[in-house]
Structures are given as structure tokens and as C-alpha cells.
Write a protein that binds this ligand. Structure first.
Ligand SMILES: [Zn+2]
Length: 143
């Protein structure tokens, strides 16, 4: 078992994240927006609750009506993706030091994946259409 609260920070340390009750796995998104934003693909980590120190340094950008992307205004490290309909934040797994053993739970938008982003492991791989269908079934709307 990992500790109940894991700590992470951006490259310069201006923004600190303490994530309590982290899920013991990461989710990977290969959509075109995440690829452009994160360089290859987005690796996200959620938890039960979080605290953020250094909010003054945080900058945000909404690339879509349903998603806010946050980064450090000092060093440029990406910090989180916030799904606006629920307020859920998915933090970049790379911010944290104690998550190297976490497995991939699923990959999404694999139909937009670059061939140089192939990941090993036996986990679900959903296309964008399949992922959006799941979200719609859960009651979210995308327009
Ligand atoms: Zn920073």
C-alpha cells in the first residue's frame, strides 16, 4: 500500500500538490489536445481529495468547453486537467515521486495515438468514440 497522501510539485517547486487517497493507477489520454499539451500523451492521477500550495503561480487554459488545463506560470510544468462538468481534477502523474509502481488502468482516445506512443500492459484501450459514449451514458454532455 502506498501512503495515504502523496506529494508532488512542478519543476520549480512554486506549486505543490498533496493528493490524499490516490487511486493506485493512472489513466492515459492520447487525444490530439493532450498530445499537444503534454508532448506525447497525458498521464493522469486522481484521488479522494487534494490541497494545493502556491495557487498564485497557477495559470489555466480552457482548450475546450469542458476542460481546464493548468500549468505553472513560472516553470511551465503542466499540473492538471479539470473536467468542468464535475470539477474533477486529474493531476499529471509525473508531478509525484511515489507513483512509479502504479499501473495503467486504461488508455483513451487510442484512435488518435501516435505510433511512437505505444504502451505495454494488458489494460483497456478505448477509442475517443467509446470514451465519449461512456461519459454520455454517465450523464455528461459535450457540445
Ligand atoms: Zn513551477
Amino acid at each position: 500500500m502506498a501512503s495515504d497522501t502523496i506529494k508532488g510539485h512542478c519543476l520549480c517547486g512554486a506549486v505543490q500538490v498533496a493528493l490524499s487517497g490516490p487511486k493506485q493507477h493512472v489513466e492515459v489520454c492520447h487525444c490530439d489536445m493532450c498530445r499537444r499539451w503534454a508532448g506525447a500523451y497525458f498521464v493522469g492521477l486522481d484521488g479522494e481529495s487534494f490541497t494545493i500550495t502556491g495557487e498564485d503561480a497557477v495559470r489555466t487554459y480552457n482548450a475546450s468547453k469542458w476542460g481546464e488545463r493548468a500549468f505553472c506560470g513560472t516553470c511551465g510544468s503542466n499540473l492538471w486537467y479539470k473536467f468542468l462538468p464535475t470539477g474533477t481534477r486529474s493531476f499529471l502523474a509525473g508531478l509525484f515521486t511515489d507513483v512509479d509502481k502504479y499501473q495503467v488502468q486504461k488508455e483513451i482516445f487510442v484512435d488518435e495515438k501516435a505510433c511512437w506512443s505505444d504502451l505495454s500492459g494488458d489494460h483497456p484501450r478505448l477509442t475517443g468514440e467509446e470514451e465519449i459514449a461512456h461519459a454520455k451514458a454517465a450523464g455528461f454532455t459535450f457540445d
